[in-house]
Design a protein around this ligand. Structure first.
Ligand code: PMP
Length: 417
């Protein structure tokens, strides 16, 4: 290697203004005010690199995949499969075939519940969930329990929003078949001690399904280092398009997973007497997939890799500390979710002000935050709340964004409270 290429690869400092310039929407206005976008846990904005890749693909390489023998379809298939490999490499999968394209985290978890859980669970078997799960990591397991007679066991959270690991370890037992847990809570920001959770589950023979929706956009994920069995995530939360996401599954577990949706492309042969299925991952990709979405997700992965996830994590950690300090100084404001290990989520309530009203007033200041239960009603129940306001950060947010948020809240309190 020459010295020049070493220099070219040396990490440059994180330049947030350069990153922001990649996102056209960030220079727009709302109600005449510059947009301050703080709803990244719901969905992130898209950089030009992702938008351009999708446009280029539609304009020059688009056709259906895995079907035509003609040039264009071959090119489209190559682009689709190349995106699968990029996504796999990004999360540390051993092979491209361990990545199943789905429409997002929700579909990925339903796929595991139906295709794996349906065949491997029976009456009396136990599925361990946590109190901090998003509804998409609760409802599919409830539905599965209803069908199979399996039972749900719920790990409680502590009042700072961390997981009660003592309770978790107590709940594990010989009947535990599956542990389904968020890598990072979307409502509280808590980052769970994944390796400890996974090792303990494996020690009692259970398999682990990780809801990685809020992990992948914010830190380096290595599924092999985690040793998780399944890992689900969404493209639209990691600067890719909507409609595409992925399920990582260990090869030997995907092998043991039955089909979820039936249709074209997932079969070897069909007769009215018998249908045989393809091997993973194609067994799980019935019908025409979101081809251009996959290409866009591949471009989002390229984008994040070029910046470097370690730098993203460090930058967001600093922003979170800064935002936490600002919000803590606001009278009547209480942060919900103060675990020591957190990602950039600031969930809060203000005494005497409804979060929805707050959200509406902040919008008038150009500030986009979420208000509601964040599809995590058990979390709200734990804290005796109906809703919180939530500012969630991404790599393009700045200290100035947080200054605007913190300056707008007292104005809103004055108006509403
Ligand atoms: N899990 C978590 C932790 C989430 O934050 C979300 C999205 N809010 C989901 C699952 C569901 O993701 P999607 O809607 O992309 O399927």
């Amino acid at each position: 290697m020459s010295g020049d290429s070493d220099i070219a690869r040396a990490p440059s400092p994180f330049d947030v203004e350069r990153v922001r310039a990649d996102f056209p929407i960030l220079s727009t206005t709302v109600h005449g005010k510059p947009l301050v976008y703080l709803d990244n846990a719901a969905s992130t904005q898209k950089p030009r690199q992702v938008l351009d890749s999708m446009r280029r693909f539609y304009e020059s390489d688009y056709a259906n995949v895995h079907r035509g023998l003609y040039q264009l379809s071959v090119r489209a298939t190559e682009a689709f499969e190349a995106a699968r490999c990029k996504v796999g490499r990004f999360v540390g999968a051993e092979s491209c075939g361990e990545i199943v394209f789905t429409s997002g985290t929700t579909t990925a978890i339903n796929l595991v519940a139906h295709g794996y859980g349906g065949d491997h669970l029976g009456p009396g078997d136990e599925i361990v969930l946590t109190e901090m799960e998003h509804h998409s990591n609760i409802v599919p397991w409830q539905m599965l329990a209803g069908r199979t007679g399996a039972e749900l066991r719920i790990v409680p959270i502590a009042d700072d929003g961390s997981l009660r690991m003592d309770e978790y370890e107590r709940l594990l037992g010989p009947r535990t078949r599956m542990v389904c847990v968020a890598h990072t809570s979307n409502a509280l920001g808590t980052r769970n001690p994944m390796r400890r959770i996974i090792d303990a589950a494996h020690a009692c023979g259970a398999i682990v399904v990780v809801d990685g929706a809020q992990g992948v956009p914010h830190e380096k994920i290595d599924v092999r280092e985690l040793d998780c069995d399944f890992f689900a995530f969404s493209g639209h939360k990691m600067f890719g398009p909507t409609g595409i996401g992925a399920l990582y599954g260990k090869a030997e577990l995907l092998e043991k997973t039955g089909p979820f949706l039936g249709g074209g492309e997932m079969i070897h042969s069909v007769t009215f007497d018998e249908t045989t299925y393809k091997d993973p991952p194609h067994r799980f990709e019935a019908g025409t997939p979101d081809i251009t979405g996959a290409v866009g997700l591949g471009a989002a992965v390229d984008y994040l890799e070029q910046i470097g996830m370690d730098r993203v994590e460090a930058y967001e950690r600093d922003l979170l500390d800064y935002g936490t300090r600002l919000l803590e100084e606001i009278p009547r404001l209480t942060l919900v979710g103060t675990a020591a290990e957190k990602c950039g989520i600031l969930s809060f309530v203000i005494d005497g002000v409804h979060p929805h009203d707050l959200g509406t007033v902040l919008d008038m200041e150009g500030v986009a935050v979420r208000a509601g239960h964040h599809c995590a009603q058990p979390v709200m129940d734990h804290f005796g709340l109906a809703a919180t306001a939530r500012a969630s950060l991404a790599l393009y947010n700045t200290r100035e964004d947080l200054d605007v948020l913190a300056a707008s809240i007292p104005k809103a309190i004055e108006l509403l409270g």
